[in-house]
Design a protein around this ligand. Structure first.
Ligand code: GLA
Length: 412
């Protein structure tokens, strides 16, 4: 499906349809539908968990969660499109000390239900703490963010579910707090020690804008994207999948903490390129030194990239995107041959301002900033080069900067 022609309402309609077909007996109470987008990160990769800077944008691929309250029943039920797995649970048991998980749900194994149950459990604890009465519900989920593609399908899932359930329970959380709760669910229930970037942009994206986020203070600033007739963001999915939970992500995170300790700072956010280059204890530990050099230079590139975008200097933005990829490939070592092929193929073409891997790495997607008139030829040429080199088809889609999470209420 061409993402450029996929409005975010489509997953919403599919979730609503699933809600009505999965449990046809429950159609009297009003329906709440929440939609939350995936994201592509333009620059600022592997910096969020060191308190650094990121520049993602929400995209026009999303996850939707449609919910109806069950006024009398104790049991809540959850279903997702294209899976026979469902979850059924009593809130009282889920929220009891030691929390009883729904049958079949195992934490930390990539099961979508662990993300959903985590968000519901954390919201439920908060609602109880605030003295809100909790009701059971039916919840149906549908989405079109590719799973495992590095476009934050899990954050879109968490933020859509959290938004729908918070609306049903009248829990009022501001969007940064909602994003933080979703990240906590990902840490505690899905076992992925991610940073705040993905949940934050899914909750707070703005149409036509990227978002410069300070991941320590959560100060943020929406930066206008170039006009559609001028430049387009194109995502190439390598269709090689990676798993953040697989250990490399956690290892990188730990390397950053150790490097910060050697430098005597709380987080790498507090270090400068000069401090990293001149610390002999760090320089003598090559893996830590390279990790630190990536993070401190990437923070500087991200701030410079936001300024370049602000003044419309796409050549400079593209140059910084290219440098980001090189640093992720050579210093942070989270790229892979497939992503390098996509990036190199793009960079060799006229009309491409810049190209880099995006997301956690080890597969997933590359992102390119492309002159709009060249989008079709760039897509054709990059796909051709990728197939020739790896015998695989890349999926390519232009994306638009989209709004963050929204909630709709409909009667009956
Ligand atoms: C994943 C994580 C984010 C971030 C990126 C890398 O998407 O969920 O928090 O760390 O990897 O920039």
């Amino acid at each position: 499906m061409n993402a450029a022609t996929t409005p975010a309402v489509q997953p919403a309609r599919r979730a609503q349809l699933l809600l009505d077909t999965a449990w046809p007996g429950n159609s009297d109470s009003p329906r709440i539908t929440a939609i939350a987008p995936g994201r592509v990160n333009l620059i600022g990769e592997h910096t969020d968990y060191s308190g650094g800077f990121v520049l993602p944008m929400a995209i026009d691929l999303a996850c939707a969660a449609a919910l109806r309250i069950r006024n009398t029943a104790k049991v809540s039920r959850v279903a997702i499109e294209e899976s026979d797995l469902r979850a059924e649970f009593e809130l009282d048991r889920l929220l009891a000390p030691g929390g009883e998980l729904p049958a079949g749900v195992v934490l930390g194994k990539g099961d979508w239900r662990s993300y959903v149950v985590g968000v519901i459990a954390l919201l439920g604890r908060r609602a109880r703490h605030d003295g809100k009465p909790l009701c059971g519900f039916d919840l149906a989920i549908a989405g079109d963010v590719p799973v495992g593609g590095g476009l934050s399908s899990s954050a879109a899932l968490e933020v859509s579910v959290a938004s729908a359930v918070a609306a049903a329970w009248n829990v009022h959380l501001d969007l940064p707090k909602l994003a933080a709760l979703c990240r906590q669910a990902e840490h505690e229930f899905a076992g992925v020690p991610c940073g705040i970037m993905d949940q934050f942009i899914s909750a707070l994206g703005r149409e036509g804008h990227a978002l410069l986020l300070d991941c320590r203070t959560l100060e943020h600033h929406h930066v206008p994207m170039p006009a559609a007739e001028h430049a387009t963001v194109v995502v190439f999915n390598s269709n090689v999948s990676h798993s953040l939970a697989s250990g490399e992500y956690a290892r990188r995170r730990e390397a950053c903490q150790r490097a910060a300790a050697v430098l005597g700072v709380g987080e790498l956010r507090d270090a400068t390129p000069q401090m990293v280059a001149s610390n002999s204890a760090l320089v003598s530990q090559p893996a830590l030194f390279r990790a630190a050099r990536h993070v401190v230079t990437e923070n500087a590139r991200t701030i410079a990239a936001a300024a370049a975008l602000e003044r419309g200097d796409l050549t400079e933005l593209g140059r910084l995107m290219n440098a980001s990829h090189d640093s992720l490939r050579d210093d942070y070592r989270v790229s892979c041959p497939e992503l390098d092929t996509l990036v190199e193929a793009g960079r060799g073409l006229g009309g491409v301002f810049g190209a880099r891997m995006t997301g956690g790495g080890f597969g997933g997607c590359a992102v390119m900033l492309v002159r709009s008139a060249s989008v079709d030829s760039v897509i054709a040429d990059v796909k051709h080069a990728y197939r020739a080199r790896h015998g695989l088809d890349a999926t390519a889609f232009p994306v638009r900067a989209s709004g963050g999470a929204t909630v709709l209420r409909t009667a009956g």
